[in-house]
Design a protein around this ligand. Sequence first.
Ligand SMILES: *Cc1c(COP(=O)(O)O)cnc(C)c1O
Length: 396
Amino acid sequence: MSKDWKEIESNYYMFVVKRQPIVIVKGEGTYVWDDNGKEYIDFTSGWAVNNVGHSNKYVSKAISEQANTLLQTSNQFYTVPQLKLAEILVENSCLDKIFICNSGTEANEGAIKLARKFGKKNLNNAFEIITAFNSFHGRTMMSVAATGQPKYQDIFQPIPTGFKHVNYNDLEEIKKATDDKTVAVMLEPVQGEGGVNIPDKNYLKNVRKWCDENGILLIFDEVQTGLGRLGKLFGYQVFDVEPDIMTLAKGLGGGVPIGAFLAKDQACAFDPGDHGSTFGGNALTCSAAFASTEYIINEKIVDKVSKMENYFRNELNKIKNEFEIIQDIRGIGLLWAIQFNSEISADLVSICNDNGLLTNPLRPDAIRLMPPLTVSIDEASKAFNILKKSLDKLSS
Ligand SMILES: *Cc1c(COP(=O)(O)O)cnc(C)c1O
């Protein structure tokens, strides 16, 4: 006999997110199942987390072996999974050093602290960080302050200061905002939560150049774009621009909660005692993240994503031509948004649910598609058929 989980939620859980009325009990690859045994194609991936698919065998084996060996020691000691993860991420990126934490917002907190310390040490106490409107950097107070969306800030005033917000994809605004208090520019290579906003080809390159000319740091928040989502291991590679600091989380752990920030040697301004974490670099989460990262590299997942990107572009363009309500499709790798010319996303997501496809209501007038990076053409084709059927139903 199954309990009424929805009622239990409304009785006991703080109401902070409008959930879809589905209780997910199992996942495998691109599929999940609810408590009635109904099957869904999952184009949400736990919010761009399940890059290697649900219950990836390689990752779950690593987790169960580690769970039977050692879970947690604190950072008072060396542990092997943490160091293996550090090595694989540094060796496969342009960054030199890493700090491992537990989530995306924590990774950004660390990156911001690192930049502030860099300013103290090297830039005459400069502390201000330029970030973009419509960015999303997380839910802790400093990340909320960094996030350029007033709706996340106003209710928590006073929030920490030290950020200037500028329009994304506009170099002139960054130039105007830069002064002798500026220590860094912090951007997502592609804005995820803010709408899957893709910058012009040379924007990030020109921002890099500006940062170099002014001796300030470039921080990339790759919490959503990292670990293959955009068709390269990291988003910066898509735009051929190297950041001084990069933050990761979401897809890093193959499903377990983990985050990290990495920096070039010259940006590593921390001294012993400046930063830390009890759980950060925990043996269990690191063994999962190592297995997931190794899987992405060994299975050449990024090459598959590049191929799938073309398939998505073609199929979504066809769907766009078929349905007048679609204003625009935009995406890169396996991070896509469908923009509608009216506020249909709640209804569409709900019909898609009924038809067995999970999507993300990004905005009242846009949905986001972010399947596991292991999705096959067959599965994607099935998903697009459900999407078409659901759009048909909506317009009938
Ligand atoms: C999701 C997200 C975060 C926050 O990550 P959490 O793990 O939820 O704290 C930060 N930055 C970006 C770009 C994100 O997409």
